[in-house]
Design a protein around this ligand. Structure first.
Ligand SMILES: [Zn+2]
Length: 698
């Protein structure tokens, strides 16, 4: 009796295993076909557990429906925890140390990389990308292979992560749908939405519905926005392969990490992954499937290639999720290099093998993700053998660190060293100790965040104090000097800004980023004799560095060397033809030369790329005034000030013009605003003049 029961149990178990392995006929399977569209959706900063189908708090009916029609992977991982490196892995099917993009700032995907868009194009698909934020601007190399690359454009003022240019998911989706609507044939579309990235401010009604959890509100909003896009795919006459994932998650305070980029815990490393086929007139009702297999971002390229029947590069480290999934266990490499590159902290690398996760830092970590998914029990001391095995697996990747000889070409390295720089990205320490471990630096991280918050609330001297505290604790932290300098600069204290950067260079040694910023401030304050040699060196080291090229151009212009200035700006525009800042600068130089036609053309090009260019409006105002079109000039200046209340040149011109035209009542608020907000260091005489006017003097 007992034996028979046991036997029956075994039979049932085998049957269950069989169902899991070979789906029944009404269960979803992916159908390979060269004739299908591909829709890749990346949702920035979406935690692996944020969608409702993954147990999240946000209502996400559109993506839940997609998951119910396709395959939802519960154990999917990214290889990096910041936007550009992670998207580079999704797009190339390669680990960060292979494609070379190790951080957002200072990196660009090499043109030699073969991307999904290039594969799609080779195979005859029309290719369109619609991205939601500046970190994926075309200048960073992901545009290769796309017929259409619709990005936010515009200018990212170098302000060290204080703000990103971004646009709402609905705007991105509308542009993508419009493009899809005019495609006569097969297409590959990539849609990137940025909303769940901090700061969390969902639009109505999601703001009130999720008042206590605005991050979930952003997630719900994104799902709402994507509904229309998924509908477009469903109603397409051709079948569409849809892949949804995120680039990384969000700490939301767990492990002491408010956002992402410092650690690589599951909060930020694990990502959602949904694969489904929709549309093409298919009416068959299939039920979706949930897979617990270990899957990775590098598997996305081989999966699409297999389903579209493209010939894929056999040297790719990933594997197709179809057919092979659940076969031999895979190991996934990951890293978090921002702390090393921007802060001089210890580099973080690691592997996930099966359900074991090893994090290589001065204080090593080992977690059993099956038993301890929240990573609360570090098993390194308890289980040295398991640790050794994972260390060996990590070593097998042979991943070079940024700044290693392998990470930079010999040519680049030689050029940098001949100019006195240790490395283009980060000077690497010989030894990192527990004091360099990000786990032991969470309070430094918190002060950095506080600095941003205080800056945003206008408390400049408190913000500066926060960064000084960081520098006292970590004198080698480049980012702290950059931010301290920025806060001083914005507070109208250029001498202190310059001193902060000089202090940084003394502490850290020659560094492209610090010198570029210092050169910028020196140029802006007219100290061109100091600025020019410094910026000539940084632009030789990094000939595509637009911040450095623009700064050099400004320095030349201030030194009265207009042709050299224009050459520097055109070098910036060669690297990025839509560099709004460079267009504005070209316009300004032509304006100084009284070449109004050329100036106007440059300002209009700036506005083409960024309709909200305050400097372009200010420049067009000056041209109008010079040509006697006073009302036109006033309108341009008014627009310039509306866009950027800190455009003090435009504000001065506007107030001054209205006042001298006898329009005192109109002029008054602008005069007051100028007197109250313009930095004395730059506008002392003008403030004095307005004070007298307001006092009834003239
Ligand atoms: Zn991101």
């Amino acid at each position: 009796m007992t034996r028979r029961l046991a036997l029956a149990a075994v039979v049932i178990l085998v049957a269950i295993a069989a169902i899991r392995r070979w789906p029944a006929s009404d269960e979803v399977t992916m159908i390979p076909s060269a004739d299908q569209n591909v829709l890749l959706i990346t949702i920035d900063t979406l935690r692996g557990d944020a969608l409702a189908s993954y147990g999240g708090r946000a209502a996400t009916p559109n993506l839940d429906r997609l998951a119910a029609e396709g395959i939802r992977y519960t154990f999917a991982h990214a290889h990096a925890v910041v936007t550009l490196p992670s998207h580079s892995s999704i797009m190339t099917g390669r680990y960060p140390f292979e494609h070379g993009v190790r951080d957002n700032a200072g990196f660009r995907l090499d043109d030699k990389a073969i991307t999904l868009a290039e594969l799609a194009k080779q195979n005859g698909l029309a290719t369109g990308a619609f991205v939601g934020a500046f970190p994926l601007d075309r200048q960073f190399g992901l545009a290769q292979g796309f017929d259409e690359y619709d990005d936010v454009g515009g200018r990212e003022v170098a302000q060290g992560d204080f703000a990103f240019s971004e646009r709402r998911a609905e705007t991105v989706v509308a542009a993508a749908r419009q493009w899809i609507g005019i495609q006569p044939g097969q297409w590959f579309t990539w849609v990137h939405v940025f909303d769940p990235h901090s700061s969390y401010a969902p639009p109505a009604p999601f703001d009130s519905q999720y008042a206590s959890d605005p991050y979930a509100g952003e997630v719900a909003y994104v799902d709402h926005a994507l509904g229309a896009l998924l509908e477009t795919a469903r109603s397409s006459p051709r079948k569409t392969l849809v892949i949804v994932t995120s680039d990384h998650g969000e700490g939301l305070g767990e492990h002491g990490e408010p956002t992402h980029g410092t650690f690589a815990y599951e909060t930020t490393l694990r990502v959602p992954l949904i694969v489904a086929q929709v549309g093409g007139g298919s009416t068959a009702v299939k039920s979706g499937r949930v897979s617990d297999a270990s899957v990775r971002h590098i598997d996305i390229v081989p999966t699409i290639a297999k389903l579209l029947q493209w010939t894929a590069d056999t040297s790719l480290p990933g594997r197709s999720l179809l057919g092979d999934e659940g076969a031999a266990p895979v190991t996934s490499y990951f890293e978090a290099m921002t702390p090393m590159i921007a802060r001089g902290w210890a580099p973080l690398t690691g592997v996930i093998s099966g359900r074991d996760k090893y994090i290589d830092l001065p204080v090593e970590e080992l977690y059993d993700l099956a038993a301890d998914p929240k990573e609360t029990q570090n098993l390194v001391a308890k289980d040295p053998e398991r640790t050794r095995n994972l260390v060996a697996e990590l070593r097998r990747f042979g991943a070079p660190l940024p700044g290693d000889a392998q990470a930079e070409s010999a040519e680049v390295r030689e050029r940098l060293q001949s100019l006195g720089y240790v490395s283009g990205s980060a000077p690497r320490k010989a030894v990192y100790t527990a004091a360099d471990d990000p786990k032991n630096l969470v309070d430094v991280e918190r002060w950095m965040m506080e600095g941003i918050d205080l800056y945003r609330r206008g408390r400049m001297s408190d913000a500066a104090d926060a960064y000084r505290k960081v520098i006292t604790r970590r004198p080698d932290m480049r980012l702290a000097y950059l931010r301290l300098g920025f806060v001083h600069w914005e507070a109208g204290a250029p001498a202190e800004a310059i001193a902060a950067l000089r202090h940084g260079l003394a502490a850290i040694g020659p560094n492209v980023e610090l010198e570029t910023r210092l050169g910028t401030y020196l140029a802006e304050t007219g100290r061109t004799a100091e600025a020019i040699p410094m910026l000539e060196r940084t632009t030789t080291a990094q000939p595509r560095n637009s911040e450095a090229l623009n700064a050099l151009g400004i320095a030349y212009a201030r030194a009265g060397q207009a042709p050299r200035a224009l050459a520097a700006f055109s070098q910036a525009l060669e690297a990025n033809p839509r560099d709004v800042y460079a267009h504005e600068n070209v316009g300004t130089v032509h304006l100084q030369q009284n070449d109004f036609a050329a100036a106007r053309a440059a300002f209009l090009r700036a506005l083409e790329n960024e309709p909200r260019s305050s400097r372009a409006h200010a420049g067009l105002g000056v041209i109008a005034r010079q040509q006697g079109r006073v009302d036109d000039a006033i309108n341009h200046w008014r627009t310039a000030v509306q866009i950027d209340p800190k455009n003090f040149d435009a504000l001065y011109n506007l107030a001054s013009e209205l006042a001298t035209a006898g329009r005192a009542a109109e002029a008054r608020p602008f005069l007051m605003h100028f007197v109250q907000t313009a930095p004395r260091a730059f506008y002392g005489a003008e403030i004095q003049r307005f004070r007298q006017f307001l006092a009834g003097g003239r």
